[in-house]
Write a protein that binds this ligand. Sequence first.
Ligand code: 2AM
Length: 502
Amino acid sequence: PPADIGLIGLAVMGQNLILNMADHGYTVAVYNRTSSKVDDFIASAKASEPSAGRLVGCKSLKKFVSSIKRPRKIVLLVKAGWATDATIESVVPYLEKGDIIIDGGNALWTDTIRREQELTAKGLRFIGSGVSGGETGARFGPSLMPGGSKEAWKELEPIWKAISAKVDRKTGRPIEVDTPGQVAKGGEPCTVHIGENGAGHYVKMVHNGIEYIDMQLICEAYMLMKNLLGMKPDAMSEVFAGWNEGDLDSYLIEITADILQQKDPMNKRRFLVDSVLDTAGQKGTGKWTSTSALDLGIPANAIAEAVFARCLSAIKEERVSASKQLRGPKAPRLPMSKAKAIEAIREALYCSKICAYAQGFQLMAEAAREYDWKLDFGKIAKIFRGGCIIRARFLQKITEAYKADRRLQNLMLDPYFKKALHGGQGNWRSVVTMATNAGVPIPAFSSALAYFDGYRTAVLPANLLQAQRDYFGAHTFERTDKPRGQFFHVDWPEPGRPISKS
Ligand code: 2AM
């Protein structure tokens, strides 16, 4: 029988997504540039996968394309960038009007906008879909963020809904699936049409930026417990497990609790985390998010800090050398009990997390204006609830916030989050103070706090800044006592002379 859908690219994500589609009853045509991987994949699927019978291995693009039902749906999971362009170029000659290419890689959204234009001009259709959840997500239910025309989405929708993660319709909690051949019954699919052209990839990118800061915040909480409170990994694991029962309930907190209790298989007397080198890698989506924030003029400082924190971690040798040359403060006495400090860290983490998400959503809002996308933030938060790395109970609150007010100006202004910030800021400030006094670096906690304080400050020192700009560059300034849009200049340093208006 003809295949329902085709997929090109047999790296980890591609293989898992194929098996996921097959488990949901779809016949999948499979192709890879290096064709030996097709044989290997089909052979290993036959050995262990209940749905292997639904796979159609193809060693030529011609056979691959001709084995798919029209209008064809072809998913690409190849390396982002020029490899994606090369793959599109290779397959297009075999396609017919109305066929749909779906890029499931981590493409830069501007590339997706360009590709959609180019393919539309050729009578083809193109969807750029974020796929989140790593290997396990792809296999048993990812969060899927498709962008493209509505009518192209209509064709893909049934399959995307079938293979996406599901959350319980009442509780919003992810429905666990972890066995080949098993599928979730019922539940709300974690996919929705995000918007036109590059919207899906943009939202996926911001999701990753949020993931960076979410992880960094957890790492700072860990560092505070380790360096300030002298706690051992197993004790911290219990703290994180406890946190996972409350507002902070999330995949990342859960895996952190798990990680911290693991013993080192190469040295059973140690915890594995203590044997892992403290230099972080990155693939670029956090950087893209921060660059986009700079381009759009949106203060996403905490997200950018999370990227810089990884950069700082990467210069290990320099830090080791500096640690012998630059002294910090003498460790002060802890101003509160250990138990109180742990609770303070929890609140600091929660408040910082609210700010970080506020920044991510502000960024999406600005991009929507820039690219003319109609983003529904309630729905976006909804599909983040399952499948993806940032899945968390917290997202239900974001969904509710945007449901209550579709035009919410900033997440921090929602009554629930406002209350959390008001209630938590005392402890948040104590934690930042304690860490600063002790010389423990917490860039994410403190930049999130700076965002909160900056955002709620009616008069910032930018009056002085404008005066400086006018002084040295005649850049002009607006006045507090005149309507916006009128610009003034004086001849510094002699402002006694008549003021000029431009
Ligand atoms: P390969 O197995 O032939 O290398 C992840 O690297 C996936 O992207 C793999 O399936 C890989 O195919 C594919 N890929 C990488 N570069 C490519 C290119 N220039 N053209 C086509 N596929 C490519």
